[in-house]
Each structure stands twice: as structure tokens, then as C-alpha cells.
Design a protein around this ligand. Structure first.
Ligand SMILES: Cc1ncc(COP(=O)(O)O)c(C=O)c1O
Length: 409
């Protein structure tokens, strides 16, 4: 019944866990979920007002495939502020979320059998999207000792004649890694030395950093890579607008024309009122963003501090996004609540049953041995959840387990 492409798509590793969390909730148990991939806040008020105004103005029809001229102009201005590079409106395509922008790009860039270089741990959709483009995902290991960042040497080693795309996500989901300018420059040099290689910079969490206003940008660090790079961003994470489904890509004209053509035959355009909302977000000033950053910085501090004192956990503190990604490898093969978890999926099931906390197992990101905890949840809930986790792990901690965090492996 199903095409081979769809048969080959694996189900999300977190599906069983979400179903069990829902069942526990339905049975009246209070589950604290650290699985959120979105902020627990409403969008800025100006964004909500803009939707009503757009509807009242009659913005209820198709827009141009690549987005309204106003939104494309605002995106171009924002990119120029962030990177110093002026993109023309036709080099920007607005899509239904950054996810569609990434999908478009991989479809447009890859021939069957081309290789897509994806640093591991990775956001779960990159390998699936590469396969849907009939490309081969090449997963390149990063190390905790390098802050989970791809090094130029590791990239160089992974490249071959079929290498087509490097997907670089900074700040990173799930690790929170943020590439510094010098690191970006080194990676860009490798990209430029390989004539068929194109880089997709996924900067969807670019404004969600804690010690500065924005993460370093690949295009600012290495503007000479612009002819072989596309920047992907959106309003989902930054402005708590995941449900609006507005993202975009900016890149070389030919590539973006390809995205436009593809999109014209798939979704036509992003929803008109949502584009008006995204315009309000982008032109609404820095204030809402600064408040989000301050809130996340405080939650990050709380989570990092508490995770670092848990037995058998090793954490590289995140520099951006809203996730912690500790190693729990020391717990695997140990006795936990009468069981002996062999995988992080099994450990997460036990934590859900016995501590009523939901974490995402590292298998979902190609990194078994780790778990992802989001700190995009109410501060009070976050603290209560971490207390539960700590209570349970301390109770279970066998003598063999180090009581202090192990050095990151
Ligand atoms: C790294 C990364 N890129 C892209 C996206 C997609 O964002 P959007 O909601 O705009 O499609 C996500 C969402 O979780 C993400 O984590």
C-alpha cells in the first residue's frame, strides 16, 4: 500500500513515551513533562493584534508563493542586521515553518545518492528529510569534549565525492551547542574547498542564547560562503509562535528559485494572516526578545545547577536553545526500580512510571546514552520536576554509581 519512501521513514522514537505519558495523565497521575520543543509563553501582544488586523483588512487569500513583499523585506532587513549581508527579496522564500524551508532545500539540492553531512546528535528530522530527497545521511560524531561541535577536521574526514550538503544547526537542538565565529570560519573554509558542497545553516534558535543578544552567524563569520550557503530561520522558537508555521530560507538566487518552484506545487504559500503576524514579530523591537532571553537564562541556571548534582549524570551546559542534554550512560545496566535498563528509552520509561517525569531519550537524536530535558516550561513546574527526578535517582543510586557528576565523556 505504501510507497517505499514512506515505508523507510522510521517512526518517532518518542511516540511510545508520549502515549504512555498521556495514559498516565488520563489516569489522574500528574506527569511533569520536560519534552516541550516550544516556549510555554504566548506570542508578543502585537503579534496577536496583527492577526486580527490582517483579517479585518481582508488578508484572507493566497499570497505570492515566496511570501508577502512586506514580510520578505522585513526578513531581508533582519538578516542584514544579523549578518551584514543584503539579500534581495527574490532570494528569500517564506514557508510553513522552518521545517518546510529545510525540506525544500534538501529536495532542491540533492540528487539520488548524494550525501548529506549531519553532525550527531542531530535534530530528528534532518536524516528523514535527507532520505526523502533520496540522499544518504552521513552522521558525523561530535564529542562532549568538543562541546558537541563538529570540528573542521571531522568534517574534512567525512567528505567524499558524493558530499552535497552540510547541515549546521547552531544553537543546536538537542545539545545547546553554539559555534563561535572562529569555528564557523574554519568550517566554511572546508566547505569552500569542496566545490559541490553546500551548507544549510539552521539558525532557528539563533536569538535564544544567554550571554549575548544572538549566536554568531555563519554568514557574518564567513561572508565568502554566501554563494554556497542558505540561512534557515523563523519565528517559531524566538517569538513563541510554533503554531503560526512561519519560517524562511535565504540563499543564492538559483537555489531559492528552485525552492519557490517546489513550493508552488506543494503548499503554494504560508497562511496570509500568519505572515502578517510574523511581520509584526520581526518589526516589534527587541523588548519581547530580551524578556524571553532573561527568563530562559534563569531557567537554564536552575536546571544546570540541579542536573550537575545528580548522581551518574554528566552535562555539558547548553549555550543556547532551551534544552539540556546530559549523559545518563552510567545508569544503563544498573538496577533501577527492580529493572535493569539497557537503553535510554527503557530508562525514560522507568522515570515516567516511577518519578512521573517525561524526558526524551537520546535515541531520538542519534545519541543513545543521553536524555534531553527542555527548560521551556513554567519555572515552578521545572523545579518540582527536577526535585522528583533527584529524589528518585538518589533513592535508586547504587553504591557503584558516582555520586558526583562524572567528567563529560
Ligand atoms: C533545529 C530545528 N530546526 C527547525 C525546526 C522547525 O521549526 P518550525 O517550527 O519553524 O518548523 C525545529 C523545531 O523543533 C528545530 O528544533
Amino acid at each position: 500500500m505504501l510507497s517505499s519512501r514512506i515505508r523507510a521513514l522510521e517512526e518517532s522514537a518518542t511516540l511510545a513515551l508520549s502515549a504512555r505519558a498521556a495514559a498516565l495523565r488520563a489516569a489522574g497521575r500528574e506527569v511533569i513533562s520536560f519534552t516541550a520543543g516550544e516556549l510555554d509563553l504566548p506570542p508578543p501582544p502585537a503579534v496577536l493584534e496583527a492577526v486580527g488586523q490582517a483579517l479585518a483588512r481582508g488578508q484572507t487569500r493566497y499570497t505570492p508563493t515566496g511570501g508577502t513583499p512586506e514580510l520578505r523585506a522585513a526578513i531581508a532587513a533582519a538578516i542584514e542586521r544579523d549578518t551584514g549581508i543584503a539579500y534581495r527579496p527574490e532570494q528569500i522564500v517564506v514557508s510553513n515553518g522552518a521545517k518546510q524551508s529545510l525540506y525544500n532545500l534538501l529536495q532542491v539540492l540533492c540528487e539520488p545518492g548524494d550525501e548529506v553531512i549531519i553532525p550527531r546528535p542531530y535534530w530528528v528530522s534532518y536524516p528523514a528529510m535527507a532520505r526523502l530527497a533520496e540522499a544518504v545521511p552521513v552522521l558525523v560524531e561530535t564529542r562532549a569534549a568538543d562541546g558537541f561541535k563538529l570540528t573542521a577536521a571531522a568534517l574534512e574526514q567525512a567528505l567524499g565525492p558524493r558530499s552535497r550538503v552540510l547541515v549546521l544547526n547552531s544553537p543546536n537542538n538537542p545539545t545547546g551547542a553554539v559555534y563561535e565565529e572562529a569555528e564557523l570560519r574554519q568550517l566554511a573554509e572546508v566547505v569552500l574547498a569542496h566545490p559541490r558542497l553546500f551548507v544549510i545553516a539552521d539558525a532557528i534558535y539563533g536569538k535564544l542564547v544567554f550571554d549575548r543578544p544572538a549566536a554568531p552567524s555563519l554568514l557574518r563569520a564567513a561572508p565568502q560562503v554566501r554563494e554556497r550557503a542558505a540561512l534557515v530561520d523563523g519565528v517559531s522558537k524566538t517569538y513563541a509562535m510554533t503554531g503560526f508555521r512561519i519560517g524562511w530560507a535565504a540563499g543564492p538566487r538559483e537555489v531559492m528559485e528552485g525552492c519557490l518552484r517546489l513550493q508552488s506545487h506543494s503548499t503554494s504559500c504560508a497562511a496570509a494572516p500568519c505572515q502578517a503576524a510574523a511581520l509584526a514579530a520581526l518589526t516589534g523591537g527587541e523588548e519581547p526578545l530580551a524578556a524571553v532571553r532573561a527568563l530562559l537564562a534563569e531557567r537554564r541556571r536552575l536546571m544546570v545547577e540541579r542536573l550537575q548534582r545528580l548522581p551518574g549524570l554528566a552535562l555539558v551546559p547548553p549555550q543556547g536553545a532551551f534544552y539540556c542534554f546530559p549523559s545518563v550512560a552510567a545508569w544503563l545496566g544498573q538496577s533501577v526500580a527492580g529493572s535493569c535498563p539497557q537503553s535510554t528509552e527503557q530508562l525514560c520509561q522507568l522515570l515516567l512510571e516511577h518519578a512521573q517525569v517525561a524526558l526524551v531519550p537520546g535515541e531520538a537524536f542519534g545519541a543513545p546514552g543521553h536524555v534531553r530535558l527542555s527548560f521551556a516550561l513554567a519555572t515552578e513546574e521545572l523545579v518540582r520536576g527536577l526535585e522528583r527526578l533527584e529524589g528518585f535517582l538518589r533513592e535508586q543510586a547504587p553504591a557503584a554509581l558516582p555520586q558526583k557528576p562524572a567528567a563529560p565523556a
